[in-house]
Structures are given as C-alpha cells and as structure tokens.
Ligand binder design. Structure first.
Ligand code: ZN
Length: 319
C-alpha cells in the first residue's frame, strides 16, 4: 500500500513544470519496495535571494486512525479519492541556497525507524543538488520530532559538522527539561532521548531562537504551539515573494484544510494545535501567501484559500 502511494506521489511530481528535477527515481526499484535512499526526489525553484529545494525524505504510511474525528473525515477522503484507510504523509525537508549561505530546514527521519524503513532521502537529495553535508552552514529545526531531526545524526554523531543548529527556545527548553521527561509516558521517553542526543551532538553549535527572531537574515522563526510545545514555523523573506514554511501545521493537506479543528495523533495538545492552525490558515489565506509544508503532497508548495468556515489547499505551479 505504502509503495503504491509513493509511486503515485512521484508520478504526480513528475508532471510539475520544467524546474522540477527528479534524480535517480527508478519506478521498478520503488515498485519492488526498495527504500527511498536508493534514489532522490527533489524540486527546486527561485525565491528571492534564495533557491529553495524540497527534498523528499520518505513517505509515512499514516492511516485514518491518526486523525481524531468521525464520518466527516471519511467524506473528505472519499471526495479527494484517498483509499479508506491510507493517508500517506510525505516527509520533506527544504534546502535554501544563496550566494553565501547553504541552509537546511529540518532534516527528515534519517536512519530512525519509528515509522518503519524507507526514509533517509534527504542526504541523497542534497547530493543530487550538489550539496555535501559539510556545506550546510545552518540547520533550522521547526520542532524536535524524529521525522524532522532524525537526519541530523548518524549514530550519535552530527551529520552536518559545520552547521549551526537553530531551534526555538521553547522547543529546546521542553525537550531538555529533565522533570518533563521524568513525567512523560514510557513510550515518549525515547523522543526526549533522541532530541537530547541531537542537541548534544551539535553542542556549542546549538542556538536557541526567541519567538519572532531571525535564525538567518530574512528567515524568522515564529512560535506556533500545539503539535509540540515549541513548534515553530519559518517565514522566508524572498523579496517580492514571501513563503511560510508551516512545518507540521497540517498532516494532510486535504483533511486538515477541510477540517481544520481535527486533532492528530502526534499533537502534544490537539486543541492548541487547532488554534494555531486556524491562525496560520487565516494569515496565509488573507495575504495569499505561498506555503511549504513538511507533510504536504511533495514537493509541498501551495496556497491555502478560505472556503466558507474551512479552507482549501491549492498546489503551486511554479514558473
Ligand atoms: Zn512531522
């Protein structure tokens, strides 16, 4: 099921405009169930002083059960032609390149297998874009879940040895709070351990960013709590084009725009996540702002439009 969905996803990506680049994607390998690390899927477009590239790390085989709600969810899934159980969520990271900066926003799951095998596409994606791990000078981490920070380490060593690691100060504070970890349920303790391993691996290169502050010129981190206590989104000032990297504001571009108040299984506070989601959707729909999301259909660029009391996601077509 997962592999069929991934194949469809890549087929969809291949119909994108000429700026799309799919390197080394071999359908026979994917059909045979090989992991995403054997190829690389990336998509690149200009954004002011930057070139932004979406990198596909893998596809999480999420199901209907991850979303808290009733028949209304099944109705949306049926309307958009998603099978009765599958709700595949791509895991994407984003590369930003300017004349003097090479920046990664999130790093995918890497070798972590919390959602099964088949992840780790960020590093081959970077290689296909001509970027070595040592070239990355800054990683901006939206939040400390495994599908965003797993790719930052191999074993307990930093993958991006020359990079500063920028993380929201609320998020860093939460995952390094020993009292919080002590009272967390057993199955969540591993998440704390992984986050701490990553922060330790980057040591003195970790910078805690205050809400609304810049991690780099033109890149500000905005606190948007609920999915995690310190979940941040990233506003990218591309001159005449502004882009909001909304990270895990949504986990299905179809379900969460049609039903913005629906909770999601990995939210630390689903109600607060819904408040944040509506606030962001209102902002980007009013400003007709471009968004990029970690779990939006690859490559994950689009617009969110108002639709009555809900919203609608429209994929961007780049020139
Ligand atoms: Zn995520």
């Amino acid at each position: 099921m997962t592999h069929i969905n991934r194949r469809n996803l890549l087929k969809g990506a291949a119909t994108l405009p000429a700026t799309a680049a799919l390197a080394g994607v071999a359908s026979p390998a994917l059909a045979a169930g090989h992991s995403a690390t054997e190829g690389a899927a990336l998509y690149s477009a200009p954004l002011g002083q930057y070139r932004i590239t979406a990198l596909l790390d893998g596809v999480a085989p999420l199901g209907r059960g991850f979303f808290f709600g009733g028949d209304e969810i099944d109705t949306v899934m049926e309307q958009v032609g998603i099978g009765p159980d599958a709700l595949p969520a791509p895991v994407s990271a984003f590369l930003l390149q300017s004349d003097d900066r090479t920046i990664l926003i999130d790093a995918g799951m890497g070798e972590q297998e919390l959602l099964g095998p088949g992840f780790g596409g960020v590093t081959p994606g970077l290689a296909a874009a001509g970027v070595a791990p040592e070239d990355i000078d800054l990683v901006i981490l939206t939040h400390a879940h495994p599908d965003h920070l797993g790719g930052l380490i191999r074993g307990d060593e930093a993958v991006f040895k020359n990079a500063e690691l920028a993380i929201g100060e609320v998020e860093a504070g939460f995952w390094t709070d020993e009292a919080m970890m002590a009272q967390a349920p057993a199955e969540a303790k591993g998440l704390f351990q992984l986050a701490q391993t990553v922060l330790n691996a980057y040591g003195t290169n970790v910078t805690r960013i205050a809400d609304g502050s810049e991690a780099a010129p033109g890149l500000s981190m905005i606190l948007s709590p609920g999915h995690t206590p310190g979940h941040s989104i990233v506003r990218i000032d591309g001159g005449d084009r502004q882009l909001l990297m909304i990270a895990d504001t949504l986990h299905s571009a179809d379900v969460h725009t049609a039903l913005p108040d629906i909770g999601f299984g990995f939210d630390s506070d689903p109600a607060q996540a819904a408040v944040s989601r509506r606030r962001i959707f209102d902002m980007v729909s009013a400003d007709k702002m471009l968004v990029a999301g970690s779990h939006i259909h690859f490559p994950g660029f689009g617009r969110i439009l108002r639709d009555g009391d809900a919203y609608r996601y429209v994929p961007a077509t780049w020139m």
